[in-house]
Design a protein around this ligand. Structure first.
Ligand code: BV8
Length: 232
C-alpha cells in the first residue's frame, strides 16, 4: 500500500515544540509578516534571525514522541511505499529514525547562502552575519520557505499524491496553502483520506475518515492497526 503522510506542528506539540495557532503558539509572539516573509527579512534581519535562532536553540531541548516513532516504524515496514511530507522545520522525524522525509517548508538546521546559493548544515545562531562555510560571504539566511515563497519539491509531492492509495494528515490546522489543498488533490485522484488531529481542521470535511485526539495516541494506534502490535 502506497501511503503519503502530511504532518504539521501538532505532531511535535507533545515534544514541547510550540504550534503556530494554539493559544501559546509561535505566532502569538510575532506577526507572521514580521518574521516569516522575505519582506520582513529585508526590513529587519536581526528580528528574523532572533526568531529562528531561538527556535533552533530550543531544538536541543526536545525529543521525538511516540507519534514520530510510530511513523519511523511504519517506514521500516513499507520502505519506499511511505513518504512523509512535513510542514515542520524541526528534525524530530529524522531523530525518530525516519529517512523518507520531505521538508516542504525547509529546515531549521540548514543555512542558505544568498551569495553562492549553497545549502549548509547549521546548528548555531545565524544572527551577526557569520561567513558562509562554502564561499565565505556573510550572506546566510534560514533555509525555510517563507510566506509568498514557493514550497520545496512540489512536483514530487503532487506526483506521490496522485499515485498513493492512502493520504493521512497529522497535526495540521489546514490553514496554510498549498499543503492545505493536498487532501482535495488526493480526493480528486480517488485516494482514501484520513485525518488524525486534536480537533477538526479547516479542511476536515474533505476527509473520508477523521479521528480526533493527541497524535501521540492516535498515530501509534493507527500504525498498530496496519502492522499489528510493535515488538517490545
Ligand atoms: C505559496 C516555514 C505560491 C517557516 C511556513 C490560497 C488561499 C489563501 C492563501 C494562499 C493560497 N495560496 C497561497 C496562499 C498564501 C500563503 C497562505 O497559505 N497563507 C495563509 C495564512 C492563508 N501560502 C504561501 O505563501 C505559501 N507559498 O503559496 O507560494 C505557490 C504555491 C504552490 C505552487 C507554486 C507556488 C508558503 C507557505 C509556507 C510558509 N512557511 N513555515 C516557519 O516555520 O517559520 S508555514 C507554517 O505555518 C508551518 O510550516 C505550517 O505550514 C503552518 C502552520 O500550520 P500547522 O503546522 O498546521 O500548525 P497550526 O498551529 O496552524 O495547527 C496545529 C494543528 O495541530 C491544530 O489543528 C491543532 O488542533 C493540532 N494539534 C495541536 N496539538 C496536537 C494537535 N494534533 C494532534 N496532537 C496534538 N498533540
Amino acid at each position: 500500500m502506497r501511503i503519503v503522510v502530511l504532518t504539521g506542528a501538532g505532531i511535535s506539540a507533545e515534544s514541547g515544540v510550540p504550534t503556530f495557532r494554539d493559544a501559546d503558539g509561535l505566532w502569538e509572539g510575532h506577526r507572521v509578516e514580521d518574521v516569516a516573509t522575505p519582506e520582513a527579512y529585508v526590513a529587519d534581519p536581526v528580528l528574523v534571525h532572533e526568531f529562528y535562532d531561538a527556535r533552533r536553540a530550543a531544538l536541543a531541548g526536545v525529543v521525538p514522541n511516540p507519534a514520530h516513532r510510530a511513523l519511523a516504524r511504519l517506514e521500516e515496514a513499507l520502505g519506499d511505499d511511505l513518504l512523509v511530507v512535513t510542514q515542520n522545520i524541526d528534525d524530530l522525524h529524522e531523530r525518530a529514525g525516519s529517512t523518507r522525509v520531505l521538508h516542504m517548508h525547509g529546515e531549521l538546521l540548514k543555512a542558505w547562502c544568498l551569495a553562492c546559493e549553497g545549502r549548509h548544515p547549521w546548528d548555531g545562531p545565524m544572527g551577526g552575519d557569520p561567513a558562509c562555510p562554502g564561499c565565505g560571504a556573510p550572506a546566510l539566511r534560514p533555509d525555510v520557505v517563507w510566506f509568498g515563497e514557493i514550497p520545496y519539491e512540489m512536483d514530487r509531492i503532487l506526483d506521490s499524491l496522485g499515485r498513493a492509495d492512502l493520504f493521512v494528515s497529522i497535526g495540521t490546522s489546514g490553514a496554510v496553502y498549498p499543503a492545505a489543498g493536498f487532501v482535495q488533490q488526493a480526493a480528486r485522484h480517488g485516494v482514501r483520506t484520513l485525518e488524525l488531529n486534536l480537533q477538526p481542521s479547516e479542511g476536515t470535511a474533505w476527509f473520508r475518515e477523521a479521528r480526533h485526539g493527541p497524535a501521540g495516541v492516535l498515530v501509534p494506534a493507527w500504525v498498530e492497526d496496519l502492522l499489528g502490535p510493535a515488538a517490545d
